[in-house]
Design a protein around this ligand. Structure first.
Ligand SMILES: C[S@@+](CC[C@H](N)C(=O)[O-])C[C@H]1O[C@@H](n2cnc3c(N)ncnc32)[C@H](O)[C@@H]1O
Length: 322
């Protein structure tokens, strides 16, 4: 019999996994045929403050598969989302239980393919637990949502923080794609707008938006609207329009230009092939305001969206002409 030496680190070498052991070696009992005995000096595990070490210990898996356990995950409150390689398919329940136990979460979802459809629904499957509603804290804002039904893009965290820092004293803001309040709530918490009209099409997102407004005590500022933003009434009513949406955002530019006041600002998001940057989003903005002017006052990459495609945001001051 032999056992894995947990005081030393597993090493990889030339496509092989080399596992430190203690005691007399009996390869058959360890790995079955195909394993060899080699001598190596193994590095000591410096400390046990990386939870992946405990997760590897906890997971009831053949040792080589432990190396495939993800070292990164997404955690929203007490709900975890894991992306697992297919080699772990047969063991997904044990794997989820190990993460849940070490990270002390109430449920674990498997990410099976990002988000889908106009409502940006996540493609996830529940592996552990029953309750998938999380209260996630970011930048002093609480976001309550059902992680199995609604997305929360970790890649947009810098943009949420940037929006929260935009001075907008006494402004009327329209958030055309409000979701659970990704931008509206931090803006209301950290700045002093007069009103934010937060429009959301998905009733599930809208119900959490309503809850999050209460949870963050911004009832007097954020006004939730359930419906398609193209049905929002009014002309030249907003000092600022947020368009936090990707893929087809340009199809909503006519609504944004109708709503914004002359001199107001549109924060326009677009997913764009890198070779078309920065021209395409700026041209689309200009094309939506043919008689007026669009001055670009900010331009930044929010995140890399997919290979060769960037998610960008253009801040544009709009001059409208009758
Ligand atoms: C998920 S958010 C985008 C992510 C967000 N900006 C972040 O920081 O993570 C986009 C939202 O727009 C909503 N939506 C899509 N089309 C809409 C429309 N025509 N009117 C209002 N809301 C819409 C979707 O339901 C979704 O909740």
């Amino acid at each position: 019999m032999c056992a894995v030496d947990k005081t030393k680190s597993i090493i990889e070498e030339g496509g092989h996994v080399i596992i430190p052991t203690v005691g007399p070696l009996d390869i058959g009992s360890l790995l079955g045929p195909g394993a060899d005995v080699v001598e190596r000096v193994f590095p000591h595990r410096s400390s046990r403050n990386d939870p992946i070490d405990d997760i590897r210990d906890e997971a009831e898996l053949p040792e080589p598969l432990k190396l495939l356990l993800p070292v990164k995950w997404e955690q929203f409150g007490e709900v975890l989302v894991l992306r697992l390689p297919h080699e772990l398919d047969e063991h997904e329940d044990e794997v989820a239980a190990a993460y849940a136990s070490v990270l002390r979460v109430k449920s674990v979802l498997r990410d099976e393919g990002g988000v889908t459809g106009d409502l940006r629904t996540p493609v996830v499957r529940l592996l552990f637990g029953t309750d998938t509603v999380a209260v996630h804290r970011e930048n002093e804002v609480l976001y309550k949502f059902d992680v199995s039904k609604l997305m929360f893009s970790s890649g947009n965290n810098d943009e949420r923080a940037r929006v929260a820092s935009i001075g907008c004293d006494d402004e009327i803001v329209v958030d055309m794609f409000a979701g659970i309040g990704y931008f509206s709530i931090p803006l209301a918490v950290h700045q002093r707008p007069r009103k934010i009209i937060a429009c959301e099409l998905n009733p599930v997102s809208h119900s959490y938006l309503v809850e999050n407004i209460r949870l963050n005590r911004v009832e007097g500022i954020v006004e939730p609207v359930l419906g398609d933003n193209r049905s929002l009434e009014g002309e030249s009513v907003a000092d600022r329009v947020l368009m936090g949406y990707v893929k087809t955002t340009h199809e909503y530019l006519s609504t944004a230009f109708r709503l914004v006041k002359s001199g107001g600002i549109i924060h326009y998001h677009e997913t764009c092939p890198c070779e078309l940057l920065p021209a395409r989003p700026v041209e689309r903005l200009q094309a939506a305001n043919p008689r007026g002017r669009v001055d670009v006052i900010g331009f930044r990459e929010v995140k890399s969206y997919s290979p060769g495609v960037s998610h960008v945001v253009v801040d544009a001051r709009v001059v409208k002409r009758a």
